[in-house]
Ligand binder design. Structure first.
Ligand code: NAD
Length: 298
């Protein structure tokens, strides 16, 4: 299949490469020229705009930071809707506000374009391995039509979650659980350190028990070593929690834990750590407890 792919960042680039490996022909666009060059070296064709990327493809994938970027790329000047043919399918894999997915889908429908929202979980390592978890919203038959040949070439699982926006609502649930888990881990490892137990030993002792998790396995070593190279940036997690809080308010669903962790992230961003991995919540705890990151237990 010929697929337009727009947004070749940390996630989009390896996802696009996996589609090429699966035998698809890719037409790519990103505002960062280096990212495009890299995809072209892997076998993609470069487009000069989202409109051009969409014009020759039956399927178009977007993997962009947030709602405004997806709106610009799809609805804006030289955007996907200006180029896409009637009957084309837009799969937005960015994590954006569910309400904005619905707005964009509505505009797509007017132009005769079908849309799925299909955000992912798993981060860069799983984007590279092609083992992402994909959660999708939209028409079920449309989802089934792209599941095997497109989605499962980038992911190990692709689950249909409901109508348009349901993929992003599921992703918000995922991001709340991840944020609260990381905060609990940072709090617990800081307590261990302050109370005189080596956090590395705590991690080794509990990782196989009920508290063990994918989050713990990925983030405890980063917290213990003080290596906060992203991974998943605090700025992006703030974006997701802001979307979660807005969605929660609109649905009358209180999110007390989410709002607490949001303020921790905001404090880190104010300290200049917005580009750090979200495991840098350990820095927030180090600050409020007077500890030093990476320092050995007394
Ligand atoms: P990123 O910032 O690395 O990549 C985004 C890409 O979009 C960049 O290459 C940027 O140049 C491009 N872009 C921005 N505006 C554009 C425009 N107008 N036209 C064309 N290209 C444009 O972000 P990422 O980490 O790849 O994340 C992408 C999405 O996936 C986000 O919604 C994020 O929340 C989500 N996500 C990220 C991770 C992760 O671990 N990084 C995991 C799961 C989901």
């Amino acid at each position: 299949m010929k697929i337009g792919f727009i947004g070749l960042g940390i996630m989009g680039k390896p996802m696009a490469k996996n589609l090429i490996k699966a035998g698809h022909q890719l037409v790519v666009f990103d505002i960062v020229k280096e990212a495009v060059k890299d995809a072209v070296a892997a076998g993609a064709e470069a487009a000069s705009s989202p409109k051009e990327a969409a014009s020759s493809c039956e399927h178009i994938i977007t993997m962009l930071p947030n709602s405004p970027h997806v709106k610009t790329v799809v609805l804006g000047e030289n955007g996907v809707l200006e180029g896409a043919k009637k009957g084309a399918v837009l799969i937005d894999m960015s994590s954006i506000a569910p309400g904005v997915s619905r707005e964009i889908a509505c505009e797509c429908e007017k132009a005769g374009i079908k849309m799925l929202d299909a955000p992912v979980s798993g981060g860069e390592p799983k984007a590279i391995d092609g083992t992402l978890s994909i959660m999708a919203g939209g028409d079920r038959a449309l989802f089934e039509s792209v599941k095997d040949d497109i989605l499962l070439k980038m992911g190990a699982s692709a689950v249909y979650c409901g109508g348009i926006g349901a993929g992003n609502t599921t992703k918000l649930a995922n991001q709340i659980i991840v944020a609260c888990n990381i905060a609990a881990l940072a709090e617990a490892l800081t307590l261990a350190k302050k109370a005189g137990v080596d956090p590395e030993l705590v991690f080794q002792a509990i990782k196989g028990g009920l508290a063990g998790s994918t989050v713990m396995n990925a983030k405890a070593p980063m917290m213990i070593s003080g290596d906060f190279k992203p991974g998943f940036r605090i700025d992006l997690h703030i974006k997701d929690l802001a979307n979660a809080l807005d969605t929660g308010h609109a649905a009358a669903s209180p999110l007390p834990l989410t709002s607490t962790v949001m303020e921790m992230f905001q404090s880190l961003r104010a300290d200049g750590d917005g580009s750090c991995d979200h495991s840098a919540l350990a820095k927030y705890y180090a600050k409020i407890s007077g500890e030093e990151i990476g320092k050995k237990t007394r």
